[in-house]
Design a protein around this ligand. Structure first.
Ligand SMILES: *Cc1c(COP(=O)(O)O)cnc(C)c1O
Length: 363
């Protein structure tokens, strides 16, 4: 057989990347992926089944995502023309980074600006496309470093700026005035505010869209109980949506994802709300309980997970938790100030008690 080394055709950036691999292995309790707990009511499951059963299996999905866009728009109080839905918000991140790549005078390559630590997909998606990635460290309170961001905007002329609020993995919201000054300084960039966890937070940044055309908001159903559907969306100016739509794969969202997400947003919003209420109650309870443990410091969270600082390296505790059947996310491998941090998804009361017990044993 003739040999062929794929490297001769592949972009060199792939050499620095690894495939996204969620932890495998069997754990009794998985609190590593920021999914909502499995608390969907039997009645809601029945409705989802009924609607799924009506699918026209032989037909392509609605390429225009009409009903879904309408349902999202109504849910948020914006216009359908401001919405584009994707296979998770991940697809929209990728779509943005595919098209927002016009080379700027000051930049050697299209540039993405974001914070660190933050959601890793921004960096990954940009590097796969050969873009330059600039990361400004969050400050000591895991808030936006306004000066650092302004300097980076001036120096690097980014095409796109990603800011997650609440941020993953820190659970913190950015201070609104800092965010606005960044948006104002970035008049030649699109500022994407990723609100994947906004249903767990106090307040949101949707109103920025009324004041700044260079802002887009990302949302998703993944963290509020419907990760299986893979539905996320971007809210932006109709001008930008029209352009993004040109690069979107026409049948990106399967029919079932469209119809079931539409159902969720029209009939099952109370289900989502009660999931959020439960998680927020548990977040308060868990924050207090963990705060009482010696050797653990909890960062106040606006999301459905907690960002925990341990006394030593998080790796040891992570390993012991794993042996007890509890999987969380450890950042010890990232080194620096992340060395001591674990991220733990908030589960049901029983799951959280189980985690607390395991953590006490692991410290
Ligand atoms: C989980 C997460 C997403 C991913 O959302 P999908 O809709 O599942 O693709 C986006 N942004 C942040 C900050 C996240 O943590």
């Amino acid at each position: 057989m003739r040999s062929f080394d794929p490297q001769v055709i592949l972009r060199p950036e792939l050499g620095e990347l690894k495939a996204y691999a969620p932890s495998t292995g069997s754990y009794e309790l998985r609190l590593d992926a920021n999914e909502a707990p499995a608390v969907l009511s039997p009645a809601a499951k029945k409705r989802l089944g009924e609607v799924a059963a009506k699918t026209a299996w032989h037909q392509y999905p609605d390429a225009g995502q009409k009903d879904l866009r309408k349902a999202i728009a109504k849910h948020l109080g914006v216009k359908s023309a401001q919405i584009l839905a994707g296979v998770g918000s991940d697809e929209l991140i990728t779509l943005l980074l595919t098209v927002a790549t016009r080379l700027k005078a000051k930049a050697p390559a299209p540039t993405l600006l974001t914070t660190t630590p933050t959601f890793v997909m921004y960096r990954l998606s940009a590097r796969i496309r050969g873009q330059r990635v600039m990361e400004v460290p969050l400050d000591a309170d895991w808030d936006l470093d306004e000066e650092g961001m302004l300097r980076a905007i001036e120096m690097a002329a980014p095409n796109v700026i990603f800011i997650a609020s609440p941020n993953n993995p820190t659970g913190t919201m950015v201070t609104r005035s800092r965010l606005e000054r960044v948006i104002e300084a970035a008049s030649g960039s699109l500022v994407v505010v990723d609100e994947a966890y906004i249903d767990y937070a106090d307040g949101n940044h949707l109103d920025l869209l009324d004041r700044y055309e260079n802002v887009a908001i990302l949302r998703t159903l993944s963290k509020v109980g419907f990760a299986a559907l893979r539905v996320g969306w971007i809210v932006a100016s109709p001008n930008l949506i029209v352009e993004l739509d040109k690069a979107r794969l026409p049948y990106n969202l399967p029919t079932v994802s469209q119809t079931l997400a539409t159902l969720v947003l029209t009939e099952l919003t109370d289900e989502m709300k009660s999931t959020c209420v439960l998680v927020r109650q548990e977040r308060a309870r868990l924050t207090t309980a963990l705060g009482n443990l010696r050797g653990v410091a909890v960062v106040p969270s606006q999301a459905n997970f907690l960002w925990l600082k341990l006394e030593g390296s998080a790796g040891d505790v992570f390993g012991r938790l794993g042996k007890l059947g509890v999987l969380v996310r450890s950042f010890h491998g990232r080194g620096g100030r992340l060395e001591q941090y674990l991220r733990v998804t908030i589960g049901t009361r029983e799951q959280n008690d189980r985690f607390l017990e395991a953590l006490r044993e692991s410290l």
